[in-house]
Ligand binder design. Structure first.
Ligand code: BTN
Length: 259
């Protein structure tokens, strides 16, 4: 990937410490190691291909050529129990940034939605995934790594059979190829602004997230450790967890998948 093109999209390139790989096991695993050695925040790793891309809930993240696979190291001033706010900021930022990109670069006006906890969807299919990993010491966040996978230039045939119905890409949705270095520079700039804006205003973060999230107020089925539970998606706890209403009882759900 052309590093100078990534940097050309940034108003203050010094702020980011970017390394671009042709191939790596996982950009998240790489930054978790760097974080332990004291790497500064806004260290970014991006790779053309990942050989052991990781997804949520212990899944494999298919990461061939054509996608944008990157991770960012952060040192937020947050209590560990509020770490999920970083997922939410990242998902919102991706949705807003990519909606703008599609609007300005094509004739399409496509709405991008969020699916709790941190999927980014277009036309009900998954466009981006986010994997947050943390390093906590003495009940304080030492650092976080937010890993982002954006399906960019893949065609439907590039997705393995079991993903074809569930995943999409910017190319499939927008009908053109995208320059991934330019996208990355543009997103880093956008996310840096949103990160500071929303970290200072958690009520606004929850409201903005709820505006874009699907299934709110509806009956949902949630898969959790092999079990499926049903209830109404009532809202979000202050930490950003899902409040599920079953009869007269409300339960706060911290992880799982809406199916
Ligand atoms: C999900 O399951 O939805 C989360 C997927 C996150 C994938 C990204 S790609 C860059 C970074 N490195 C990884 O190994 N995973 C994340």
């Amino acid at each position: 990937m052309d590093e100078s093109l990534i940097l050309s999209g940034l108003s203050d390139p010094e702020r980011f410490h970017i390394t671009a790989f042709k191939e790596i096991d996982s950009t998240n695993a790489y930054l978790m190691q760097l974080g332990k050695k004291g790497a500064p925040e806004w260290t970014v790793a991006v790779s053309e291909v990942q050989t052991s891309g990781r997804g949520r809930l212990g899944r494999v993240w298919h990461s061939p050529q054509g996608g944008l696979w990157f991770s960012i190291l952060l040192h937020p001033d947050l209590k560990p129990e509020y770490s999920h706010h970083i997922n939410m900021i990242c998902a919102l930022s991706l949705a807003d940034f990519l909606e703008n990109e599609i609007k300005t670069k094509t004739n399409y006006q496509l709405s991008i939605d969020l699916k709790w906890p941190n999927d980014v969807l277009i036309q009900k299919k998954k466009l981006c995934g986010i994997l947050l990993q943390s390093n906590i010491i003495s009940d304080k966040i030492n650092f976080l790594v937010v890993g982002i996978g954006i399906n960019v230039n893949q065609t439907a045939e590039d997705f393995p059979g079991d993903l074809r119905d569930k995943a999409t890409s910017l190319k499939i949705a927008g009908g053109r190829d995208w320059n991934r270095a330019e996208l990355l520079g543009g997103f880093l700039e956008y996310f840096h602004k949103d990160y500071h804006y929303y970290l200072a205003q958690s009520d606004l973060l929850l409201d903005s997230y709820l505006e874009k999230v699907i299934s709110k107020g509806e009956v949902i089925s949630l898969k959790q450790n092999g079990n499926t539970i049903k209830g109404i998606f009532k809202g979000l706890s202050p930490q950003g967890y899902l409040i599920l209403q079953q009869g007269s009882e409300e339960t706060v759900i911290t992880t799982g998948e809406i199916i």
